[in-house]
Design a protein around this ligand. Structure first.
Ligand SMILES: Cc1ncc(C[n+]2csc(CCOP(=O)(O)OP(=O)(O)O)c2C)c(N)n1
Ligand SMILES: [Mg+2]
Length: 379
């Protein structure tokens, strides 16, 4: 057999390396029809099927939660519809000991890491079944065991939280631990974006930032958010690599994030990843996107659905079929219904918890308020 030239040997490696594709390209492994466009790197056993199941589950759960909001049973909800590939592909690349700082649409990662479905649903009801006692807006999930930390509503704050937690792991010598921080395209205009990325790079902190560029920040299009050619290219100015990945290709998102995570764990510093995707639904249950965007464009992106793409890839390999999907969705629907029923039956959060968990002892002013409240009939 003829010996390959050096450049012929080097080319495929460069092509399958998202770091080589860089911040102006687009790293993709599977195209919209489910065909592999690059040689697929080895994946952990069973991961690809688990990812499809998790995406299908989240799509079903999001729809049910949105229905609850429409029925007046919960106050607010934000779906990840259309972004499940970017969410789960990136989230699956982290390990149990890592700390995650999500934005609004990453709840599926908490479930992936073991958050109980009842707790996820209860967080949105904010009743006594919610371990965080209704102290956060719906969709601001916190789950201690999975090291999934609630976002704060002000946009971008989790970026500096993630950088800080990564710095803390570094100072403590916890070399096995890295941090993930998620943000949207809109959050790249926040102050925290600058301070978070700047100090993460200065400290060479072990953190991976994942920006879900869903092309909208409520009604503000990406073109009005930045004059940069891409969001990923901004990373260069901070002194860290910027990757740009097809966010509707769940396996590309996984592979790119895993490489960035491995790099961080080796002590080589942060990476910023832009996942190019599209928000198929409204910003939240309080939004109607037909008021500000061309729904024909949304239709085009419906054809690029990350669930359909990954499903086609698995079907082609004989790892999935219609029957399996039907059975999976039937079971998922039942699980969700049962969990909603259990959670909704829980009592309201006891009103005296207003005074607990913040102070080691109760300050006199609060004690006075607590006493007065105890003497009143609370409706
Ligand atoms: C500091 C601040 N300004 C404004 C808002 C209102 N707000 C909530 S979400 C959002 C848009 C976020 O867009 P993006 O970062 O792209 O995330 P996406 O919702 O698209 O996932 C805005 C402006 C806020 N929460 N915080
Ligand atoms: Mg956005």
């Amino acid at each position: 057999m003829a010996k390959k030239s050096k450049s012929a040997q080097a080319a495929p490696k460069a092509a399958t390396d998202p770091y080589a594709v860089g911040p102006l390209g687009l790293f993709q492994l599977v195209d919209e029809t489910g065909r592999e466009v690059l040689p697929m790197p080895a994946l952990p056993n069973g991961l690809a099927v688990r990812l499809l199941e998790a995406m299908l589950f989240q799509r079903a759960l999001d729809q049910r939660m949105l229905n609850l909001q429409r029925q007046g049973r919960i106050g607010f909800y934000g779906t990840a519809k259309g972004q499940e590939g970017a969410v789960l592909g990136s989230g699956a690349a982290f390990e149990e000991q890592d700390w995650l700082f999500p934005a609004l649409r990453e709840g599926a990662i908490a479930l992936w890491r073991g958050m109980k479905l009842d707790h996820y649903i209860a967080q949105c009801f904010g009743n006594a079944a919610d371990p965080t006692l209704g102290r956060q807006m719906p969709c601001h999930y916190s789950d201690g065991p999975s090291r999934y930390v609630s976002l704060s509503s002000p946009i971008g704050t989790q970026i500096s939280h993630a950088a800080g937690a990564a710095r803390a792991a570094q100072i403590k010598g916890e070399t096995h631990r890295i941090v993930g921080g998620w943000l949207g395209d809109g959050a790249t205009s926040s102050n925290d974006f600058h301070s978070g990325l700047n100090f993460a790079a200065v400290w060479k902190a072990p953190v991976v930032f994942v920006c879900q560029n869903n092309q909208w920040a409520i009604s503000v299009p990406a073109a009005a958010q930045t004059a940069s050619e891409t969001f990923a290219v901004k990373a260069s100015a901070y002194g860290m690599p910027g990757l740009r990945v097809d966010g509707n290709d769940v396996l590309a998102c996984y592979v790119a994030t895993k490489l960035a995570a491995d790099r961080a764990r080796r002590g080589e510093g942060p990476t910023f990843i832009e996942c190019l995707t599209f928000r198929l639904g409204g910003h939240s249950s309080s939004d109607d996107p037909s008021k500000y965007r061309d729904e024909d464009v949304a239709k085009v992106w419906e054809g690029r659905d990350p669930l359909l793409r990954h499903r086609s890839w698995l079907v082609e390999r004989g790892e999935w079929d219609d029957k399996r999907q039907e059975d999976f969705l039937a079971e998922a629907g039942l699980k969700i219904s049962e969990a909603i029923e259990r959670v909704e039956a829980a009592a309201a959060v006891p009103v005296d918890t207003l005074f607990t968990d913040v102070w080691a002892g109760t300050p006199a002013l609060l004690q006075d308020q607590a006493d007065r409240l105890a003497g009143e009939e609370v409706v």
